[in-house]
Design a protein around this ligand. Structure first.
Ligand code: GLN
Length: 481
């Protein structure tokens, strides 16, 4: 059986009776057994998955209708609530937390009979870019296990890349879907802010983050978005997309479209190999009939500073609830008074979360807010104005997803600013609410490079058309497992 088939081919194969859901799921678990000891994509597995698979097969045999996902295996980032499953955020603080409800995206997938294989590794509370900040230890890049898989949704990218699942979900606050997608050579989408419900996503910086689909093909990513998107009464920032079908006309091409290359994202700080891959991608776009021009977006230079100021502030507020009383781990109250107990318990947060909480306490505080937090908000609104103006001239904005190649474990752990700057090309889409996708484009010396395409708000349909057109020009090797 070919575990590397796309979700759409899997669904066809099930419909045609080529194999059963149980056979496919059981082989997926064999693959997990074979590779996950090394790769560590999963934090926990769904021990009911095989029974659920059998149940679906039974229903199909009895000619009962089953949902459009037909038992398709999906892996879920461990900051998204799946009823009855542990949801740890890769943090000691939530090591005992079992979600009592389904996130809206999970309820929608469940309704369509997707099969939840397990919960995937991430940087603690999704703060990080490599999965090195998971308290359970990092995931490894299947392309080269000495290299980071990207983050924070590293486990979700590894699971899909290493055929331990067909598709997965991640969350993207500043690049956490797109960055690991790029580093592991899969597709990852950060939807328009509000297109996908955040209900049941454990908040890091709720004003800018979105849950996003991750898959091995652009079409599978569009299919997943069909299932999870749309208005939700439980999240009043959601937007009605009127049941848009993102797969329809996905092969329309990009003839006559205008593409802007954000000058700041291809200049200094970009690795030479990544630059030359980007040039090749632009040449492909031109071959497909698009017109490319460079567009400077001045505020991009301040986007990372603005992003970390805003997100740390929101993290400070969102993580205030973790006092080890309502959620937490075993830790005896004996000998502590109230404040010292809570502050001791909160010292269980890892170094990166702690860093964000310290920044997030300082930058919005009275006396400093004007200099930091309010300034960051001004950058955000000026950046949005500039990006909106750009979309009056062009249909898409293109840049490498990540300015550098995947790197070795430990290389940037002692340099938080270098780690933050890896997000230089991804945070703009979050700060402005725009949709952005990473498409695998090249494997250079065994290391993946992804190209990012950004579109205007709610233009996912044409974004997928551009992504599909670019994907069709590539013929990438399979992951060397
Ligand atoms: N690296 C970014 C951060 O640490 C992005 C994280 C994310 O998108 N969740 O904030």
């Amino acid at each position: 059986m070919n575990l590397g088939i796309s979700a759409l081919d899997y669904i066809e194969a099930i419909k045609n009776g080529e194999f059963t859901v149980e056979e496919f799921v059981s082989e997926t678990f064999d693959q997990i057994k074979k590779v996950d000891g090394k790769l560590h994509a999963y934090l926990s597995l769904n021990d009911k998955a095989l029974d659920q698979a059998k149940e679906l097969d039974k229903k199909r045999k009895a000619k009962e209708k089953i949902g459009s996902c037909m038992g398709m295996p999906i892996a879920i980032k461990d900051n998204i609530c799946v009823k009855g499953a542990k949801t740890t955020c890769a943090s000691k603080m939530l090591e005992k937390y079992t979600a009592p409800f389904d996130a809206t995206v999970i309820a929608r997938l469940r309704k369509q009979d997707a099969l939840f294989i397990g919960k995937t590794n991430l940087d603690e509370f999704a703060m990080g870019t490599t999965t090195e900040f998971s308290v359970y230890g990092p995931s490894k890049n299947p392309w080269n296990q000495e290299y980071v898989p990207g983050g924070s949704s590293g486990g979700s990218a590894v699971a899909v890349s290493a055929l331990e699942s067909v598709v997965s979900l991640g969350s993207d606050t500043g690049g956490s879907v797109r960055n690991p997608a790029s580093f592991c050579s899969i597709v990852g989408l950060k939807p328009t802010y509000g297109l996908v419900s955040r209900y049941g996503l454990i908040s890091y910086a709720n004003s800018i983050e979105q849950i996003g689909p991750m898959a091995r093909t652009v079409k599978d990513t569009a299919f997943l978005l069909n299932v999870i998107s749309g208005i939700d009464p439980n999240d009043n920032t959601t937007i009605d997309n009127h049941g848009e079908d993102y797969l329809k006309n996905i092969d329309s091409g990009i003839d006559g479209k205008k593409i802007g290359i954000i000058s700041e994202m291809v200049g200094k700080g970009t690795d030479n190999t990544v630059s030359s891959a980007t040039k090749k991608a632009l040449a492909k776009f031109e071959d497909l009939g698009a017109k490319c021009e460079e567009i400077p977006i001045d505020m991009v230079d301040y986007s990372v500073a603005s992003y970390y100021t805003i997100t740390s502030t929101e993290a400070g507020s969102n993580l205030a609830r973790y006092d080890n009383l309502r959620y937490g781990f075993d830790f005896d109250l004996e000998g502590y008074e109230f404040n010292s107990y809570i502050s001791k318990a909160r010292r269980s947060f890892g170094p990166e979360v702690t860093r964000r909480l310290i920044i997030g306490g300082f930058v919005p505080s009275a006396g400093h807010a004007g200099k930091y937090f309010l300034k960051a908000l001004k950058v955000k609104s000026r950046l949005t104005k500039e990006i909106n103006a750009a979309f009056k001239k062009v249909d898409f904005l293109v840049a490498p997803t990540v300015p550098i190649l995947p790197f070795k474990f430990g290389e940037k752990l002692d340099d938080p600013v270098a780690m933050f700057l890896i997000d230089f090309n991804t945070v703009t889409a979050n700060l402005t609410g725009k949709p952005a996708i990473s498409v695998p484009f090249e494997i250079s010396n065994g290391l993946p490079i992804g190209i990012q395409i950004i579109a205007d708000s709610m233009q996912e349909k044409s974004l997928f058309q551009a992504a599909y057109a670019l994907e069709s020009t590539t013929n990438l090797p399979k992951v060397p497992l």
